[in-house]
Write a new protein. Structure first.
Length: 336
């Protein structure tokens, strides 16, 4: 029979172990996460990236033994595409997967990734992002309350129109096109003689339907996400920008996490990157077939002529980006 002294002794040992290993016990056996984080993205839940981010959330949960539960939201659910970044800075939003075209508005140096017709292929873009340039750009972010965790890929940005075919730069003249807020996108289309207009993603469908705009420049993969394929009928494969994505976290939130959970979050992001990129390549191919079945025309363009026509953008943005960074990236692309 267990006497009172033995019971008290056992209780003291158990209490001592609980004090010595408080977090291990909570992580291993807790039913409720210690941290619930909100992650949003720059597209709707129909976009394939949503599933990628759900897999990321599951991986984080496993790596932290349930201590971190990430809830994933689509664009518009926690704010507009532009407001997402403000929410990240203030700590209202914990994590965000966004495109470089919006990051440009906070960090002009990121526009080096959006120079028109810069990257000839996926490999050259990934080499720049995964090398010293990607690290250099990430190091800019803490100054504004953000950490860059890793880089992904949205797909090549193309020019989709209601009815206009634009195989040559001259065909762009007068085209009313929605662009991302990054100044380099407006400059690019102005150099082609088009009329760039910045409106929120949520307003695109109506604007196309009313012909307030006649075209959009998004990745192919984004067309079904908000049913834009119901309005645009021509996809011109300008492939003018490798649409880099950045997974970001609020500095305030990240710094508040225990070091072991910070490490787990970074480790999960490293595993997210190849999944993100691979999924976008596969789904872009599937989406192209889907669009053809829906009756859309998918056309090639003279990219060499387009690059020549937009060369003035390079001259205009060299000093904005920073001459050293600008020249470094151009040299890296030439060697790739």
């Amino acid at each position: 029979m267990i006497n009172r002294r033995t019971l008290l002794k056992a209780g003291a040992i158990g209490a001592g172990q609980a004090v010595a290993l408080p977090y291990l016990a909570r992580e291993g056996f807790a039913q409720t996460a210690a941290y619930t984080l909100k992650l949003t993205m720059a597209d709707t839940r129909v976009h394939p990236l949503y599933q990628v981010l759900l897999r990321f959330a599951d991986n984080v949960k496993k790596k932290t033994n349930g201590a971190i539960d990430i809830q994933v939201y689509g664009t518009g659910e926690l704010g507009s595409q532009l407001n997402i970044l403000t929410g990240l800075q203030t700590g209202i939003i914990d994590l965000c997967a966004h495109t470089s075209g919006f990051v440009d508005t906070l960090f002009p140096q990121f526009q080096v990734l959006d120079l028109p017709f810069l990257f000839p292929d996926l490999a050259s873009a990934e080499a720049v992002l995964d090398g010293p340039t990607g690290k250099q750009l990430a190091e800019l972010m803490p100054s504004k309350g953000i950490y860059a965790l890793g880089y992904g890929y949205w797909g090549w940005r193309v020019t989709s129109t209601i009815d206009r075919k634009v195989p040559e730069p001259k065909d762009m003249r007068g085209l009313k096109i929605r662009v991302q807020p990054g100044p380099i996108f407006a400059a690019m289309y102005r150099a082609l003689g088009a009329n760039p207009i910045a409106i929120d993603f949520s307003e695109i469908y109506l604007a196309l339907s009313q012909r307030t705009i006649e075209a959009i420049e998004t990745p192919v993969i984004s067309l079904p996400a908000a049913k834009h394929y119901e309005v645009v009928k021509v996809v011109n494969l300008t492939n003018h920008v490798y649409n880099a994505g950045v997974l970001m976290v609020s500095k305030r939130k990240f710094d508040s996490l225990p070091k072991n959970l910070q490490a787990s979050l970074r480790e999960a992001t490293a595993e997210l990157t190849p999944d993100w990129r691979k999924t976008m390549v596969e789904k872009t191919s599937e989406t192209s077939e889907f669009l053809k079945q829906k009756g859309l025309s998918i056309l090639d363009v003279d990219r060499a002529a387009y690059k020549k026509q937009t060369h003035s953008v390079y001259d205009d943005f060299r000093s904005i980006i920073g001459a050293e960074l600008f020249e470094s990236v151009l040299k890296q692309v030439e060697k790739a």
